[in-house]
Design a binder for this molecule. Sequence first.
Ligand code: NAD
Length: 366
Amino acid sequence: MDKLKFAVLPGDGIGPEVMAVALEVLARASEADGLTLEPVEADAGGIAIDRHGTALPEETLRICSESDAILFGSVGGPKWESLPPREQPERAALLPLRKHFSLFANLRPGLLYPELIDASPLKADRIPDGIDLVCIRELTGGLYFGQPKETRDLPGGDREAVDTMIYKKSEIELITDVAIATARSRKHRICSVDKANVLENSVLWRKTVTEYLAVHAPEIELTHMYVDNAAMQLARDPNQFDVILTENMFGDILSDEMAVICGSLGMLSSASLGTVENRHGHRFGLYEPAGGTAPDIAGKDLANPCAQVLSGAMMLRFSFGLEKLADRIEAAVRRTVVDGTRTGDIAFGGKSVGTREMGRAIANHL
Ligand code: NAD
């Protein structure tokens, strides 16, 4: 394999701090395998607004288009909160990136090592072996993008707002395919989450997922659950799930619940994958931590870099097919965390070993 070329968009707040650690760990890990990384850095988010007057400059888009993947930090912060909603860093950088590259599948692992059970708000006896599940969320359809989407004045002075939830069968099949591939690499179980007792969309969702699995993956165990029940079951017994498959808004909410029960935002990575193949014959994707820019701890060497490092590992796995290298980085993160670095502390700004020191420890565990 020639150079691994990826765009690096550190963004704002803790983004650049945790990105520096991730790049160092990725470089050390790949060097040992004789691979050469070619990260190309570009501005996105608040920093891009300050430097170029727009959250997603043309130059950044060009660099991303010429790369095989995007490693993203996080964007936004108090400095840009007074901008009109459409110009806010997250909305004006991240959403257009997802749209531009048709990143329709969001994979969010919910992972809590057994050694860190105390970091979870759940009672230890509910999760004696920690937590290990994945949420596959459809990312480019449903209520967030359907048209019409507007607020209108009504005769008589009243107003109404409308959002449209819309899914095509083909869109549901595409995301189901990603869930199948994920389930095949895990415990072969998919729980499809919908609201088929109320929503037409969910009726089509359930029918399509059922028929698609019957034809393409009959060996996978498929169950269905209403979203309200799924929210309760996640808090009651998260390990009953292996792969959760769901639409955009339900996935948005459930994956945040997953982040909470796993104890630390600073540990959770994510991948957003598209249909496009990169030069290496793998999926082009955007990889980012689940958390935001954490303005409260930015610049203090307190941010937990694990989520960014683990996002880098996901990039190696999905966009470069380097499964073993990804496994090695994930194992190094786990050993670091288990070896006395109290993730709960570093994740929530208490006493801490420091971002950079944690990075060095991960690199030493490779
Ligand atoms: P946040 O995730 O930034 O912070 C929530 C809490 O978690 C804070 O106490 C923070 O210190 C802590 N935290 C988050 N990541 C951490 C890490 N790696 N290590 C240690 N602690 C960590 O969420 P917020 O406060 O709601 O948002 C802050 C800013 O980030 C806002 O401008 C928001 O728009 C932006 N944001 C961006 C993204 C993104 O770029 N994808 C996602 C969420 C929020």
